[in-house]
Design a protein around this ligand. Structure first.
Ligand code: AMP
Ligand code: MN
Ligand code: MN
Ligand code: MN
Length: 283
């Protein structure tokens, strides 16, 4: 059952990806993906397009989103899978989570202007597909386009991470709210790319314990953000906490992403795949 090419994490123009839901579905199918989920940041506005595109491309589909959460002073991402895309409480929660992005973006542009980079707000907006969802990725694309940096990782390193001129701290959803929105809408909550957070062992233990206590059921083990050693580490963490395992590329763009749709190792056989918990939600 783990030998399934499932890709349950990627982004479209509805958040900070560069492809439409339709182009992603076609690309996933061409890459051999069998079960797909589109997980735009803090947004379910692309779900009905993705459902239709998956059907068209012959892919099985689970609804998805990736919710920004503030935990222990840091940003953590919680993926939701297999929920009702029309659930009102979830839609309202996501609208509130997105709400501060416009002001934050203006402050980011002010920070960049102080180091001589002008017009970043307008420049980032030109890359935005969804006016409600301006993100650091759109600023990164503007800084690459204007020749300030060679690629988006250099932009993040020099300008958009903590302590750098374009970084503006932001308070996102709480862990409890994000897990509740997903589970009450019939879905399963999954901790995204846990190795990315740079937590101490104690902080990570707190994240997993509180996530479980709130009703979270899954963790990404095989993701484009993890090394082979991290697959092993988080397979062990999944067993320790009794969590199901997920698999996803976190694909954003053919030009920027190292991991293409579906191009990942299979989940380790001894883990429970998250799609086993969601068999009645697969479309
Ligand atoms: P935001 O939600 O506006 O804070 O933007 C977060 C997004 O920025 C993530 O979902 C990634 O797509 C992107 N991102 C974060 N860190 C990096 C990095 N070091 N290199 C490239 N993209 C990054
Ligand atoms: Mn992103
Ligand atoms: Mn993420
Ligand atoms: Mn992502």
């Amino acid at each position: 059952m783990s030998i399934l090419n499932a890709d349950l994490h990627c982004h479209s123009v509805v958040s900070d990806g560069t492809l439409t839901p339709e182009a992603l579905a076609a690309r996933a199918a061409a890459n051999g993906v069998e079960l797909w989920a589109l997980t735009d940041h803090d947004e379910v506005g692309g779900q009905h397009r993705a459902i239709a595109a998956a059907r068209e491309a012959g892919l099985k589909y689970l609804t998805g989103t990736e919710i920004s959460v503030t935990f222990a002073g840091q940003t953590v991402h919680i993926v939701g899978l297999g929920f009702d895309p029309d659930d009102d409480a979830m839609r309202q929660g996501l609208t509130a989570t997105r709400g501060g992005r416009g002001e934050r973006a203006k402050e980011m542009a002010q920070g960049l202007a102080r180091v001589g980079i002008h017009g970043a707000y307008e420049g980032a907006l030109r890359h935005v597909g969804n006016p409600d969802l301006i993100s650091r990725t759109h600023f990164a694309r503007f800084l690459v386009e204007s020749g300030v940096c060679r690629d988006t990782s250099e932009v993040f390193r020099k300008y958009l991470t903590e302590g750098k001129p374009g970084y503006v701290p932001h308070r996102w959803a709480t862990l409890g709210d994000a897990v509740a929105w997903i589970t009450r809408a019939g879905g399963v909550a999954v901790i995204a790319h846990p190795a990315r957070y740079g937590f101490t062992a104690n902080e990570e233990y707190a994240l997993f314990s509180e996530f479980k206590a709130h009703g979270g059921q899954g963790v990404e083990v095989v993701t484009g953000s993890h090394t082979a050693a991290e697959y092993v580490k988080y397979a062990e963490t999944a067993r320790e906490f009794g969590l199901a395992a997920s698999r996803g590329s976190d694909f954003h763009s053919p030009e920027e992403s190292h991991t293409d749709l579906g191009q990942l190792p299979y989940l380790p056989g001894e883990l429970t795949p998250v799609w086993e918990l969601l068999s009645d939600r697969i479309r």
